[in-house]
Design a protein around this ligand. Structure first.
Ligand code: SAM
Length: 283
């Protein structure tokens, strides 16, 4: 068993380093010993594969990734954790810790520099205050990675992994499905973390698509998705008209041409419906 998920070990390390948790950096560290091995395994980390971790904390998941992957690069914003990671990752010679804000990093450059010619996966227990921006950055940057396996808040996991066209779907569901095939892997209770957050969590895996599933103009596609879900209680003709600042008559014409009923709600639409509307939208 990874000694780092033992609560006594964690408390000892943190107190020796005088470390106190930062709420604003989303620091909830895993103390359930079964979670990290499962996540690392699911992530696709394996011989010949490189892994990127976001927010290693004290290195509990990093250790598991190091045991499976050829090389691990972990990006941690809190520089107070660097001496801790020096200690907890000392037995591995295949890991590099980068002190940076993941949202500011050029991850395409990092991958070209650190993992030339390798298959790369991403695995992280994400800080919840930036879950959506991080996931969208990882997808929109079109990184040469095969899968992204992340722990997120349970409700966010359910929203992202809801089938497109179902009541539970939202703009994030459609956006993620454009780039990847999401799947909910397993739930993790709040008690698996120290300090325990107020919410439960879940691990999701996003298998990155080689090509988008629909061939619409990307800018228009995402403008339509954003507008459609901006007022999700409204019928699609109204939300598109106000969200895209296009007259109602023109929207009705576009919807008819796209085969989408004017009184449908955004959550009922398929990826193909959004693409058809984007195709029929004038420049
Ligand atoms: N991986 C550890 C675990 O599972 O126990 C820690 C996960 S904790 C939920 C999130 C981690 O992300 C913290 O270590 C925090 O300092 C780090 N973090 C927060 N914001 C970050 C950012 N913008 N870029 C990189 N790391 C960040």
């Amino acid at each position: 068993m990874n000694r780092l998920s033992d609560i006594g070990t964690i408390k000892d390390i943190l107190s020796r380093h005088g470390f106190t948790f930062s709420k604003s950096l989303g620091q909830n560290f895993l103390i359930n010993p079964t979670v990290c091995p499962r996540m690392a395994e699911l992530s696709g980390a394996a011989p010949g594969v490189g892994a990127i971790e976001i927010g290693p904390g004290i290195g509990v998941l990093t250790n598991e990734l190091c045991a499976l992957a050829d090389k691990v690069v972990a990006v941690e914003l809190d520089k107070r954790l660097l001496p801790v990671l020096d200690e907890t990752l000392a037995e591995h010679d295949n890991v590099k810790v980068i002190n940076a804000d993941v949202l500011e990093l050029d991850l395409n450059k990092l991958i070209a520099r650190e993992f030339p010619g390798m298959e790369v996966v991403i695995c992280a227990n994400l800080p919840y205050y930036i879950t959506s921006p991080v996931i969208m950055k990882l997808l929109e940057d079109r990184l040469p990675v095969t899968a992204v396996t992340v722990m997120v808040q349970k409700e966010a996991a359910q929203r992202i992994c809801a089938p497109v066209g179902s009541r539970e779907s939202g703009a994030v569901t459609v956006s993620v499905n454009y780039y990847a095939e999401p799947s909910l892997q397993f739930y993790v209770s709040a008690g698996s973390f120290m300090p325990a957050p107020k919410v439960d969590s879940a691990v999701i895996r996003l298998d990155i698509r080689k090509e988008p599933p629909v061939g619409a103009d990307e800018k228009k596609f995402f403008a339509v998705v954003r507008a459609a879900f901006s007022q999700r209680r409204k019928v699609i003709s109204n939300s598109l008209s106000s969200g895209l600042s296009v007259g109602k008559e023109e929207i009705l014409r576009i919807l008819e041409k796209s085969g989408v009923p004017a009184n449908a709600r955004a959550e009922k639409l398929s990826l193909e419906d959004f693409a058809a509307i984007a195709d029929n939208l004038r420049d």
